[in-house]
Design a protein around this ligand. Structure first.
Ligand SMILES: C[S@@+](CC[C@H](N)C(=O)[O-])C[C@H]1O[C@@H](n2cnc3c(N)ncnc32)[C@H](O)[C@@H]1O
Length: 372
């Protein structure tokens, strides 16, 4: 993507001022002040490493590092003068409950082993394409802009309306490095950013899109922060298009899950993780503790090595719950009605597509339109 396209898509996440590429002279000056210990991150201590490339916020104190072509547009990592009065910018902490960022680093590094339904199937991609196509055709926007929450390659690579400019935002450096398909997305750009404080101006995007994005947010605070941020960046005739990991309304007894597993009715480890995770939700506020998923899985499948190959699951499925052992980290599985309720201040649900692989309605792709 050309530089002016990038600068047209992003802004300072704190002040929303336009960003510009730092000149060599500006970089030299900033690097000299870093060497003198006169620069710090807004949210943490001194900046220790110099910058090869950076973006500066117009008209003020604040610069952002660009690392390997990826701008780091996190409020907490904004580089300011050490003596500047900039207050601690909230939110600066990693998203999700403690440990989510670590879980994502592990999954990011072995992304290729993750199977649908944890990532979009071909059918889900078709649903995304049709739903996005419908919204853009109605809006009649010649150069649609879309924000992808995360760097899901299936969404980045899907057939977008001609000329679409795509901005992909993810908190994790590891995930962007391993998962963002930068070679096949000439009209797209990825940045490190927090969805709760997007580096994006108000009301300029046609589409906000994502896959399984709500699962990793803390309920209720991050849900409401994200809902208002998504509404802020969308045009009034835009749309939020997301595939949900939605807990079914009807209870799913644990015994029924393991019965289905032994009968070969659960396609793979990802399907088992998600179904069990939904069934183990304690209540809306406390969500599902990942350590519980590990405990229940191993109590019911004491000999994975004997069972899983007989189900035709790939060898990398073995031990796939081990990452969650003893983890207090929580994830949030909401029902579709609960998601609609959280979003109800800014959005109304207008479409819902349930894929054919999904008997229980756990993976609908939905469209929420902004309320004016
Ligand atoms: C796109 S989501 C879901 C992907 C996949 N479909 C799944 O759920 O298993 C996962 C990504 O979201 C990112 N993420 C979660 N919350 C975020 C936030 N508030 N801001 C930026 N990135 C976030 C994580 O870093 C991770 O890379």
């Amino acid at each position: 993507m050309k530089t002016h396209d990038l600068l047209d898509l992003v802004c300072c996440p704190v002040t929303k001022a336009p960003l510009r590429i730092m000149t060599r002279q500006e970089l030299r000056e900033l690097n000299a002040s870093i060497a003198r210990g006169e620069a710090r991150c807004a949210d943490c201590g001194p900046v220790n490493e110099t910058l090869d490339a950076g973006l500066a916020a117009e008209g003020g104190d604040g610069a952002y590092r660009v690392l390997d072509g990826v701008p780091i547009l996190l409020p907490g990592l904004r580089i300011v003068k050490a003596d500047s009065g900039t207050v601690r910018s909230a939110p600066g902490s990693p998203p999700g409950s403690s440990g989510v960022a670590k879980v994502w680093e592990v999954w990011g590094a072995k992304w290729n082993t993750i199977l649908p339904p944890a990532r979009p199937s071909a059918e889900d991609v078709t649903a995304f394409e049709q739903l996005v196509g419908g919204v853009c055709a109605e809006a009649n926007e010649s150069v649609p802009r879309a924000v992808l929450l995360g760097v899901t390659p299936e969404i980045a690579r899907m057939r977008w309306p001609t000329g679409t400019r795509l901005l992909a935002l993810d908190f994790s450096e590891v995930v962007i490095r391993h998962v963002w398909p930068r070679d096949v997305t000439p009209d797209g750009v990825a940045a490190r950013a927090d969805w709760r404080a997007m580096p994006v101006r108000d009301g300029v995007y046609d589409i906000v899109i994502g896959d399984g994005i709500l699962l990793w947010q803390r309920y209720p605070e991050d849900f409401y922060a994200l809902a208002s941020e998504m509404r802020r960046v969308l045009k009034d005739d835009g749309a939020l298009v997301v595939r949900l990991f939605a807990k079914p309304d009807k209870d799913d007894p644990i015994d029924a899950i393991f019965d289905d597993l032994r009968r070969g009715r659960i396609a793979n480890a990802a399907a088992a993780h998600l179904r069990l995770g939904m069934a183990l939700r304690r209540d809306l506020n406390s969500g599902t503790r990942l350590g519980d998923a590990y405990d229940v899985w191993h109590a019911n499948v004491p000999d994975e090595a004997a069972l899983l190959p007989s189900l035709g699951w790939p060898p990398e499925s073995l031990g796939s719950f081990d990452l969650y052992r003893g983890l207090d980290t929580r994830v949030a599985f909401l029902t579709l009605a609960e998601v609609s309720d959280v979003l109800s201040e800014g959005f109304r649900l207008t479409e819902c597509r349930v894929p054919t692989y999904d008997e229980r309605g756990m993976f609908p792709t939905v469209v929420f339109r902004p309320k004016p």
